[in-house]
Write a protein that binds this ligand. Structure first.
Ligand code: SAH
Length: 356
């Protein structure tokens, strides 16, 4: 990121800036262009109500951020994964998931990730750069457009694609605002997921939109978490718990913990007890995700029977836990499988809450 600033792209533009660019055009014209960009999410050439010259100006000054490099479809069309080329050649991925009761897009906040969690494909591949606000918002625009074409309404946004959103806080938060303000997605339908970057949790507690917070916990004792989730050495569990408690106090929002169940690594009775003790005072909800396979991590996901036993034990210990099922197994779209190297690696899947 030390080099030249990244070019501004289509969805970096604010409405005021657009009005300035289209100076001399009547206000309704600016509205039409704004709607074409946001409500329709189509290319200027499709806006038949807008004069050609105006469309040309928009096309020239507001370049797209994302060029499709590959698209994969799975689960009978219910899951779509895009691989995008960014303007500087880096790549990111976006996953769209249709459910009976909602449609969710999983967006990336960085190209790559510096957090180095060993079980995550993005972490294994390392960090390229932060995404710009425009690059984040455009992922949502594309997903919304595709949803509309399928007769569905995009309802939920989760920042669980590539990257650590709180390592790129300002651009991510600006994108959250655009998604909320310009696309009309409610704050309670937007979820930020962090590996436990405490300063980000503290900032979110003060933020002006009540979005959901998910923390990727995976282990609730320091020696083991230090190994699996290296950022724990910087923000150990007691520091993380304090930030989470302050967040819950300040926002009265429900906190969730993500727990990728890894065979023999974090799925024993003891691990369930540690998790319960950690989650209970925070009244956190736990999402259990059987680990999805990644090329750089030999250990497997917890077998189904053990997943159910772990969930039942948490229930007995007074913790609300949801087991997520896996989607997109054949298109490398699952949690932790996004690494923007398409065509290699093992099977893939997207974790999704099972209906209860
Ligand atoms: N950096 C953020 C957001 C991206 S990861 C975070 O850590 O929360 C999104 C979720 O996928 C996290 O809960 C992460 O721990 C989980 N995940 C990563 N690798 C996984 C894998 N191989 N199998 C299942 N879940 C995984």
């Amino acid at each position: 990121m030390a080099g030249s600033p990244l070019p501004r792209t289509r969805y970096d533009w604010t409405r005021d800036e657009l009005a300035e660019l289209l100076d001399g055009q009547p206000r309704y014209r600016v509205d039409q262009v704004w709607q074409g960009l946001h409500d329709q999410g189509t290319e200027p050439e499709a806006w038949s109500n807008v004069p050609k010259a105006v469309r040309a100006t928009v096309a020239e000054h507001l370049p797209r951020a994302l060029a499709p490099a590959a698209e994969s479809v799975s689960d009978d069309g219910e899951t779509v994964k895009w691989l995008w080329d960014l303007v500087d050649g880096h790549q990111v991925e976006t996953v769209l998931m249709h459910y009976p009761d909602r449609t969710t897009v999983c967006v990336s906040s960085q190209a790559g990730c510096a957090m180095a969690c060993g079980f995550c494909a993005t972490g294994q591949a390392g960090f390229d750069r932060h995404l710009t606000t425009g690059e984040i918002v455009e992922q949502v625009i594309v997903a919304r457009r595709r949803s509309a074409e399928a007769g569905k309404r995009l309802s939920n946004i989760v920042f669980m694609g590539m990257g650590e959103p709180f390592a790129n806080y300002d651009r991510t938060w600006e994108a959250v605002h655009r998604i909320h303000d310009d696309l009309g997605i409610g704050a309670r339908h937007i979820t930020l997921s962090t590996v436990g970057v405490v300063p980000g949790i503290r900032r979110l507690a003060e933020a002006d939109l009540p979005v959901n917070l998910a923390v990727s916990l995976h282990l609730a004792n320091d020696p083991e978490r230090d190994e699996l989730v290296p950022i724990n050495r910087r923000y150990p569990l007691d520091v993380l718990a304090e930030a989470c408690a302050d967040y819950v106090d300040a926002t009265h929002r429900r906190l969730s913990f993500e727990w990728a169940l890894i065979d023999g690594v974090n799925d024993t009775d003891r691990h369930a007890r540690e998790l319960a003790d950690y989650a209970r005072p925070l009244r956190a909800h736990v999402n259990l995700i059987p680990l999805n396979p990644t090329p750089g991590y030999a250990v497997r996901g917890t077998p189904r029977a053990r997943v159910d036993a772990f969930a039942a034990q948490l229930g007995d210990l007074g913790i609300n836990a949801t087991v997520r099922r896996t989607r997109g197994t054949d298109i490398d779209a699952a949690c932790g499988q996004l690494r923007a190297s398409h065509g290699e690696g093992g099977p893939t899947a997207v974790a999704a809450p099972t209906r209860r």
